[in-house]
Design a protein around this ligand. Structure first.
Ligand code: DAH
Length: 355
């Protein structure tokens, strides 16, 4: 082996021992750098005779090309190895199941709302819906709310900067009770026609769940909250019917057959007599405590008249109940604000379908 062949072999071995691009560049300098072996050989040509210079030069060039080829091979090998290592580190297992998108869940207030509709639906009540921006007549006057009633004050009510055709301001409804008037008047003509034709007054049996608004905010009050209104009118509907209906509703809603209920005398302008409804659980964390859940009463004759019906022929009861309150009791939630914070840690604890 010539001295140049030995140089090529040594270079190739040295390159093979370089395991990083930086090592390889250092190794390259030993042979091809400014003071490298090949460069020295080239410089030495100057001392040779012209004939010798030519043949020796050709040999050195061949050796140089061989070293460069070995260098490039090694460069490529290191680059391939680096790429393979990177691919292995980022390995993607295409056989893994895909990430599933959760089905989400229903809001606890929506769950309670659905439950209320389905239980009252099973007792023959229809469901009515109406506007949240309400006028003075439906929200107050038609419900026998005297003009100086505190519920009309700015402290309790969100007024909207807009008047109706009577010049009365619109407000965000403070309760679902205006739906009593809206629903009954919407059907009053039909009722009157049936009565005129010799029939009896058809029963009004309806609930109206929805959003309501008041200037109120703490752990148990939110400026926006939910109520469900109930109305049952006919020619012989009594307080007894209210008691049975509401008791059965509560027992079904809370899945508690031994739940007890009591009426407490109260005052509402749109009912006479009026009562608050309290319930009592016989087991569980709230056992034994009387909890107020609704206002109720026999619909006031003035209100029946404002529905376009004859109070001499039509009698019945109404109730208004907080949906948020029912949801808090059913799901054991102590702070109403949790319902409206939209914190997923809270909301995702509820099921996706009715419960
Ligand atoms: N509207 C009343 C309120 O928001 C609740 C209420 C009480 C509704 C008695 C009724 C009722 O229908 O008869 O406080």
């Amino acid at each position: 082996m010539t001295e140049l062949d030995a140089l090529v072999t040594a270079a190739a071995q040295r390159f093979a021992q370089a395991h990083t691009p930086a090592d390889l560049e250092n190794a390259k300098a030993v042979y091809l750098g400014k003071t490298g072996e090949i460069t020295q050989q080239m410089k030495a040509l100057a001392t040779l005779a012209p004939d010798e210079k030519k043949s020796r030069g050709a040999l050195i060039n061949t050796a140089k090309q061989a070293i460069e080829a070995a260098l490039n091979d090694r460069r490529q090998a290191l680059a391939d190895a680096a790429l393979n290592a990177q691919l292995a580190a980022q390995a993607l297992d295409v056989t893994l199941p895909g990430r599933q998108r959760g089905a989400g869940s229903l809001h606890p207030v929506a769950l309670a709302w659905e439950r209320i509709e389905s239980i009252f639906g099973s007792m023959g009540f229809e469901v009515a819906d109406g506007p949240e921006v309400e006028n003075d007549w439906f929200n107050f006057t038609a419900l026998n709310n005297p003009p100086n009633h505190p519920a009309r004050s700015m402290q309790d009510t969100f007024y909207v900067d807009l008047n109706d055709t009577q010049g009365q301001p619109y407000c965000l409804r403070t309760h679902t009770s205006p739906m009593q008037i809206r629903h009954a008047t919407a059907h009053a003509k039909r009722y009157a026609a049936e009565v005129a034709a010799g029939g009896t007054m058809p029963e009004v049996r309806v609930i109206a769940p929805g959003r309501t608004y008041r200037v109120d905010s703490d752990a148990t009050h939110s400026p926006m909250f939910h109520q469900v209104e109930g109305l049952w009118l006919g020619d012989n509907v009594s307080f007894k019917d209210l008691k049975v209906t509401f008791l059965n509703f509560c027992r079904a809603f809370f899945e508690a057959d031994d739940l007890r209920m009591r009426f407490r005398p109260s005052y509402f302008p749109f009912t006479e007599p009026s009562a608050e409804i309290d319930i009592q659980f016989q087991s569980g964390p709230l056992k034994g405590r009387w909890l107020e859940v609704a206002g109720s009463g026999q619909v006031h004759p003035t209100v029946v008249r404002n529905m376009g019906l004859d109070p001499e022929r039509t009698i019945g009861f109404a109730f208004g109940c907080g949906i948020d309150r029912l949801a808090m009791l059913r799901y054991g939630v102590s702070d109403l604000r949790l319902f409206f914070d939209n914190d997923l840690r809270f909301l995702s604890q509820f099921p996706a379908t009715g419960s």
